[in-house]
Design a protein around this ligand. Sequence first.
Ligand code: FAD
Length: 286
Amino acid sequence: MDFLQPATWSEALALRAERPDALPLAGGTDVMVDLTFDRRRPAALLDLTRVPDLQEWALEGDRVRLGAGVPYARVLTELAGRLPGLAIAARTVGSPQIRTRGTVGGNLGSASPAGDAHPPLLAAGAEVELASAARGTRRLPVADFFTGPKRSALAADELIAAVLVPVAAGPQQFCKVGTRNAMVIAVTSVAVALHPDRRAVGTGIGSAAPTPRRAPKAEQLVAEELDWAGRTALDDGLAAEFGHRVAAAAAPIDDVRGSAAYRRHALAVMARRALTWAWDDLRRAA
Ligand SMILES: Cc1cc2nc3c(=O)[nH]c(=O)nc-3n(C[C@H](O)[C@H](O)[C@H](O)COP(=O)(O)OP(=O)(O)OC[C@H]3O[C@@H](n4cnc5c(N)ncnc54)[C@H](O)[C@@H]3O)c2cc1C
């Protein structure tokens, strides 16, 4: 197996074009598991850990441009204030070791329906930035990035450069259930983001459909019904209906981790709680 180790972004893109048989490697917390269990045997690894551009984040207007190689541990220590939903999700990923190695770009690269970064990115309205040596850079909404279970819009000659996440204008929440409390893949998960600046609500659902997805009918209901001006207490019936609509937007399956019925039930409960917590945070901040 060849080991390709570019030192710059342009070198990485050139190698990606030359060697479509090379598997990109970031933190390796998915890739090395696949190699160890012989699920993958690529002709080459394209190690991206020496490319400085991927390890950086910066403000770009009212968004954070998060380099694909920034690990969860840095999202927690450096970005919890600006990207609270992603930080809450990052805190639930694996163990300290996994959070130190594992990256948001790698989570996107794997495109698992259960990836924990995906629901908060959907709820925040993030965009993924992809790049190739031949065609330059393109950006697409994260909702369009996922095309199927572990499949994405990433072309064979492209790399994920960054994800652009709007700086939170209001409270955000993330909830996940697993078979135990830590070091566990989500049975299902949900993220909620309040956008009081434009009186909108964002959602993201994980591990309950072929791809991570939003719940547009739930978003629309609460955006219209919430008392944005007076910020009175959240109506229990509205919160419950929000939960039902989030569950209805899912298309879960029965598998070893949980049944479809359990996933729908858990989604309704978690979505109701996440909205309630976020709304209470907004009221306290007023
Ligand atoms: C013990 C353990 C616990 C875990 N717990 C969780 C959890 O709780 N929640 C969760 O979501 N995940 C979990 N994971 C999975 C994994 O840690 C995450 O998916 C992580 O985000 C992967 O990031 P990485 O940098 O390690 O990616 P890598 O393993 O390096 O790469 C993952 C995929 O992305 C591709 N890739 C990486 N970077 C790029 C790029 N810049 N451009 C194009 N393609 C790229 C790779 O080719 C590969 O296909 C766990 C894994 C382990 C081993």
